[in-house]
Design a protein around this ligand. Structure first.
Ligand SMILES: *Cc1c(COP(=O)(O)O)cnc(C)c1O
Length: 439
């Protein structure tokens, strides 16, 4: 057994108490090959419990499955008492297959198909979260046809018109009605017999790391809800997700204390029974996933050392900075027992033929870094494999392993790219094609 070369200084960014030790990551990489995703079930469970403890009692958690749409992860969330937030038929199927009952599922998304809306009403989802009048009218038709009332939570965009920027969107967005439009929308829905507005929904941005900023946003949402509540009975307030986790080595963890305090005040200011709902994704999974890759080449260029890995942004797009605002140091560790020589700043790049395929810059790694060394990237449990361009440049899909206590379970096998190619329809025999090229 090797020592813990990670040390303990940054336990929080690498999964806290629930971190999977480097020696174990190395053994898993040996056993299952690289690139490899490793998830820690114990850490995910502890995150659900920690978040629940910080929220008002009786609050309902809907796991945002897009953060990590794996069956095993979704099932774990169900076992911890979570419902699911989904935004496609595929995600709905996943949540149902993981055993989450339809009344514990909410559906979001700016453009829902007829089939998704019809199923949502038919199987009785908890709420259809909607930010467009067109969609409400389609729901009205579906509800009327099925002889039901579609339960709707109106999505509110607090940033619209306020100069506040939502991640990636400057100004207006298709993600909710501007708060100022709400009275008119409520008025309009009163005449829609097939629709029942049960509450409001707000999900403003992801990766919020300031407890105070979060508390402030929740308070603004509650103000909107209380104003609307004077003319309309609201039973469901969904405060959305966005609970951030330290993404970069120098990020501090989210302090939930201001959130707890503000929500308590909001709760006591609302006179009647309202369900408080939340849709965390990243917070429950991000810090409990590691991406392990292997060095395939070490080279020097212009005084800079590069380590080219078998893993890249085709499996972990987020590391390119594409899903974030800034490139800053991520937490990455060498999985090796003994090192020699001084550390040197090293650029970590992947196998793709694009300058986008940079996983981390200026990582201090030992002078004797060599082919075959394995590196583990922390914080790869959310917006990872399924949020990446898996097929770009024809590499295999990485395997995924779930670790729980002493148990190590392969939850997704490696998929050879040949299997992906087999999904393509052959348009003409290869011989004809060769002929066409030479004629
Ligand atoms: C993505 C998303 C979430 C989850 O966001 P996290 O930042 O992962 O918590 C929740 N609700 C909606 C509507 C989303 O689009």
């Amino acid at each position: 057994m090797m020592d813990d070369p990670f040390g303990r200084g940054d336990a929080e960014v690498t999964g806290g108490e629930a971190a999977i030790r480097p020696a174990r990551l190395a053994a898993l990489a040996q056993r299952f090959g690289t690139p490899l995703f490793v998830y820690g079930a114990d850490g995910m469970r502890s995150a659900v419990r920690r978040l629940r403890a910080a929220l008002p009692s009786g609050a309902q958690l809907f796991y945002a499955v897009k953060a990590n749409p794996h069956h095993a992860v979704t099932r774990l969330m169900r076992d911890e008492g979570c419902g699911a937030e989904v935004a496609s038929e595929g995600e709905l199927d996943l949540a149902l297959a993981a055993g989450i009952p339809s009344e514990a599922i909410v559906v979001s998304g700016p453009a829902k198909t007829e089939r998704l809306l019809t199923r949502a009403v038919e199987i009785g989802l908890r709420a259809i979260q909607s930010g467009s009048l067109d969609e409400l009218e389609r729901l009205q038709a579906i509800g009327t046809k099925l002889g039901r009332r579609a339960p709707v939570a109106l999505r509110i965009d607090l940033a619209a018109g306020e100069g506040v920027r939502r991640g990636g969107w400057a100004g207006p967005s298709p993600f909710g009605f501007p708060a100022a439009a709400l009275p008119g929308v409520l008025e309009r829905t009163r005449s829609l017999g097939g629709v029942s507005v049960i509450g409001l929904h707000n999900h403003q941005s992801s990766q919020v790391l300031s407890g105070d900023a979060f508390a402030e946003r929740f308070a603004r949402f509650a103000d909107v809800a209380m104003a609307a509540g004077r003319s309309h009975r609201l039973r469901f307030l969904n405060f959305g997700g966005g609970f951030g986790v330290p993404a970069y080595a120098d990020d501090a963890p989210l302090d939930l204390a201001p959130v707890t305090e503000r929500l308590r005040a909001i709760r006591s200011a609302i006179p009647h029974a309202v369900t408080f709902a939340f849709e965390p994704g990243r917070y429950l999974t991000g810090p409990y996933g590691w991406y392990v890759a292997r060095v395939l080449a070490v080279l020097e260029a212009g005084g800079t050392r590069f380590a080219c890995l078998d893993g890249g942004i085709h499996h972990m797009l987020g590391l390119s900075g594409a899903l974030r605002a800034l490139r800053r140091p991520v937490t990455v560790r060498l999985l090796r027992e003994s090192v020699c020589g001084d550390e040197r700043p090293t650029e970590l790049t992947g196998p793709l033929c694009t300058p986008l395929d940079r996983l981390a810059g200026a990582v201090p790694l030992p002078a004797d870094l060599r082919v075959g060394d394995r590196l583990a990237f922390a914080n790869c449990g959310a917006y990872a494999k399924q949020a990446s361009p898996l097929n770009f440049l024809g590499h295999d899909w990485p395997a995924e392993v779930m670790v729980e206590g002493a148990t190590e379970t392969l939850i997704a096998r490696r998929v050879g790219f040949a299997e992906v190619l087999a999904l393509q329809a052959a348009t003409q025999p290869a011989d004809d094609h060769a002929g066409a090229l030479t004629s």
